[in-house]
Design a protein around this ligand. Structure first.
Ligand code: PLP
Length: 457
């Protein structure tokens, strides 16, 4: 390989000297970051040959079909040998075939716009709303509403649409005309224990629309299940009410499926559990499971048409481009990834074994009072840790760190919400690859049981 002349020690030395790790303070980097060298299915090996069961899908909900998928690697390499690149304004076999196959899974949607990260896919959606506001509404209907606790990405506009203050601190001022509305987190309900929490929570969005003026609001963006903000599922009736309100005021509904898309929740897309029809859907991570950098902004034909009309401004197209939206490795990998999900029945496996995992986590909740809440859909689960079930006071971050580290020592990788921040740091998450087996689910639950038995508060 290109690296065979280097020892692991040299790699660590070069890493410490030259690589700036994401979200990592210098002191942590100085201790040395894990060096993973091989993956197969759900297993990862580090340079010391320790083997881990990865229940985090590559740390950030990415590797939906698991590691070591030769079919995807072959599809990429064949495509790149034939033709690696031409700008996204040309036609290509992989882009055309993947788009048509993807749209088969998304009834009601009509066009796919390619780019290369989740943040970028959301930026495209925001730009669509803004360009439509200029074409149809004299630039007035341009505000975008986003929800408290949702994350939509790291670029400045995506961060301007992110409802997590701890991620935003130090980066203001933000892009104007992004407006926050309250979350829909039933476990920490704003209204106490009410029957129709979902409807009430959605109406908090309507209040914000009315305060801002409906003729100034062009779009609403939501995660179908809030991921980084704490694995928060929409309560009963919530999504339908959000859609009803958007339609009432002629507001485009953007669903951010960057985490939930491509099977993670036991359906092709998270929104499909809730019977809604978005105007724009964004996706990234599971689109190619980490084998290539690709994201998509998928719209209805109606949204596409609004941007094609030449209504005097001569701009009868969406004025946007992404250099790597034209790299053919992306859709080639995505097509092979989609074929695997389909041929191996991974959506059904995810729905079925996700339920088994969730039931197992509920059983752990019965056993350990520190588990305040367990929630999830498909292979996407969260465990909220509390000091006291009545007050729901969160445990200290150190407790969550202790659990994640103890799991790792026992050979299991799980996720933790918003590392190194002050809030929501008491939520553990799990999102194993969709090809997980029943035995591996049992292994995860057994390790968690042993770890929880030893946690010290
Ligand atoms: N949207 C959601 C819901 C995410 O969780 C993320 C990343 O974690 C993003 C958008 C941003 O994606 P990316 O890191 O590929 O830009």
């Amino acid at each position: 390989s290109q690296y065979s002349e280097y020892t692991n020690e040299q790699i660590h030395t070069m890493d410490k000297a030259h690589v700036w790790h994401h979200l990592t303070p210098a002191a942590a980097a100085e201790k040395g970051m894990p060096l993973y060298v091989k993956g197969e299915g759900l297993h990862l090996w580090d340079a010391d040959d320790n083997c881990y069961l990865d229940a985090s899908a590559g740390g950030v909900w990415v590797t939906n079909v698991g590691y070591g998928r030769k079919a995807i690697v072959d599809a990429i390499s064949e495509q790149l040998m034939e033709l690696n690149y031409f700008a996204g304004s040309m036609a290509s076999k992989p882009a055309a075939v993947f788009a048509s196959r993807l749209l088969e899974k998304m009834p009601g949607m009509g066009k796919v716009f390619y780019s290369s990260s989740g943040s970028e896919a959301n930026e495209k959606a925001f730009k669509m709303v803004r360009q439509i506001s200029h074409k149809k509404y004299d630039g007035k209907k341009r505000k975008i509403l986003y929800r408290e606790r949702d994350y939509h990405g790291t670029t400045i506009a995506a961060l301007s649409a992110t409802g997590q203050s701890q991620r935003r601190d130090h980066f203001g001022p933000f892009v104007p005309d992004f407006v926050e509305f309250p979350h829909c987190f039933e476990y920490r309900s704003q209204f106490g224990d009410v029957e129709d929490y979902g409807i009430k929570a959605a109406q908090l969005m309507e209040e914000v629309i009315l305060q801002e003026g409906p003729d100034t609001v062009g779009g609403v963006i939501i995660e179908p299940i809030t991921a980084g903000g704490g694995v928060i599922l929409p309560p009963e009736g919530y999504m339908a009410e959000i859609q009803r309100i958007c339609r009432k005021y002629d507001i485009l509904l953007i669903v951010d499926e960057v985490v939930c898309g491509l099977g993670r929740t036991g359906a092709w897309f998270g929104y499909q559990h809730y019977g809604i029809q978005p105007d724009i859907v964004t996706m990234a991570k599971g689109v190619a499971s980490g084998y290539a950098a690709i994201s998509c902004t998928v719209t209805t034909d109606a949204v596409y048409q609004m941007l094609q009309e030449d209504n005097g401004d001569k701009l009868g197209f969406f004025r946007d481009i992404s250099t790597y939206g034209g790299c053919l490795a992306g859709p080639a990998a995505a097509l092979a990834n989609l074929n695997i999900i389909e041929e191996e029945g991974l959506i059904a496996n995810c729905a079925h074994l996700g339920e088994v995992l969730l039931q197992g986590l509920h059983a752990l909740k019965e056993k350990y009072p520190m588990i305040g809440d367990v929630r999830g859909k498909g292979l996407f689960c969260g465990i909220e840790l509390v000091l006291n079930r009545e007050t729901k006071e969160p445990v200290d971050e150190a407790v969550a760190i202790q659990i994640v580290n103890a799991c790792k020592e026992a050979g299991l990788l799980i996720g933790r919400t918003n590392r190194s921040f002050e809030t929501f740091n008491n939520i553990l998450n799990m999102s194993p690859a969709l090809c997980i087996t029943a035995e591996q689910i049992e292994d995860i639950l057994n390790i968690l049981d042993r770890v929880f038995a030893k946690v010290t508060l």
